[in-house]
Design a protein around this ligand. Structure first.
Ligand code: PLP
Length: 337
């Protein structure tokens, strides 16, 4: 079986399991879990921010961040493909009573000019008050695309000018950081809050850390509790995340390389109608006979995602081995030539 649906399908490596077994733990609701405290301190330090908090999922961390930035009735701005809008169960309205102004970005990325044009004038009381901008890096539905720091700077300037918060959904931020050779602090200084997931490319069973400025983060633990995310001996999970920081960050480059090779091959095959630019570990493409292609893949025990409107997606990851990669490339050559 070659599972290319998502980088969330990985299982902990023996080394990670060992680290988990050896974890020092305590009751995190009392903030007495040494491993969770160490992970939070390490992430805060890494991003140059004062505070960080462990969450079970990226969705909960994003939802908590949105809650911290907004009041009921307000509006946030994001790309039309944003995870916070499309894939968090309507949590923006359910949890925060907030609406989303959707922008028609490129590969899930938006510009400062688009953001500025989407802000409702604060004195025009008929419209919801705009209070937050959410970016995604890398973009998920946008195909793993990365923001340039310059674009983020421009958006930051618009947020500052209009008094808006700026949150980063960094489910795959480590992929961007590795792909672009960036310093995590470059993101820490541009965003008020940001999330980093460990259960994607970094290969842990669960875990996302929300990092942010002190004033906002002061209330994060209460919001996490409200969302049902106050947990006890989470050091076992935090130990997996610490292990991933030590062992699974640099190797993301290997996932990116494999994705690039898949993208390059697809470009060359006659049955492929479109391949989105490959920047990290996600490849989005279209084929002529989608049903036939999916059937051929299933017959070879290969599973990939269908993103709707004919878009197919493969995501490379820790458990996608060199052997699987060679096999997959061969099957693509055979079925799409
Ligand atoms: C996976 C993902 C999340 C978080 O998902 P969970 O399954 O809740 O951990 C958030 N944003 C993006 C862009 C993602 O890809």
């Amino acid at each position: 079986m070659i599972d290319l649906r998502s980088d969330t399908v990985t299982k902990p490596t023996p080394g990670m399991l060992q680290a988990m077994l050896q974890a020092e733990v305590g009751d995190d609701v009392y903030k007495e879990d040494p491993s969770a405290n160490a992970l939070e301190a390490r992430m805060a330090e890494m991003f140059g921010k004062p505070a960080a908090l462990f969450f079970p999922t990226g969705s909960m961390a994003n939802q908590a961040a949105i809650k911290l930035h907004t009041q009921s009735g307000e509006q946030l701005i994001c790309d039309k493909y944003a995870h916070v809008y499309n894939y968090e169960g309507g949590g923006v309205s359910f949890n925060s009573g907030v609406s989303c102004k959707l922008l028609d970005g490129t590969q899930g990325k938006i510009t400062a000019a688009q953001v500025e044009a989407a802000i409702n004038p604060p004195d025009f009381y008929h419209s919801p008050l705009t209070s937050l901008v959410c970016l995604e890096n890398t973009t998920n539905k946008g195909g793993g695309a990365c923001y340039d720091l310059e674009t983020i700077d421009e958006i930051r300037a618009v947020c500052d000018k209009h008094g808006l918060g700026l949150h980063l959904d960094g489910a795959r931020l480590m992929n961007a950081i590795v792909a672009k050779g960036q310093d995590p602090k470059e993101f820490g200084k541009r965003f008020d809050t940001l999330t980093v997931c460990f259960s994607k490319g970094l290969g842990t069973p669960i875990g996302t850390v929300l990092i942010g400025d002190q004033e906002l983060m002061d209330n994060a633990i209460r919001v996490r509790k409200v969302l049902g995310g106050g947990m006890r001996q989470i050091g076992y999970m935090a130990a997996a995340c610490l292990y991933a920081l030590d062992h699974h960050v640099e190797r993301l480059a290997a996932d990116h390389q494999k994705a690039k090779e898949i993208g390059d091959l697809l470009e060359s095959l006659p049955q492929v109608t479109k391949v989105s630019p490959v920047e990290t570990n996600i490849v989005i493409f279209h084929v002529k006979d989608e049903a036939g292609f999916s059937k051929a893949m299933a017959a070879r025990n290969i599973i990939i995602s269908n993103m709707g409107q004919g878009a197919l997606r493969v995501v490379t990851h820790l458990d996608y081995t060199d052997t699987m990669h060679a096999d997959f490339l061969q099957v693509l050559r055979e079925t799409l030539s």
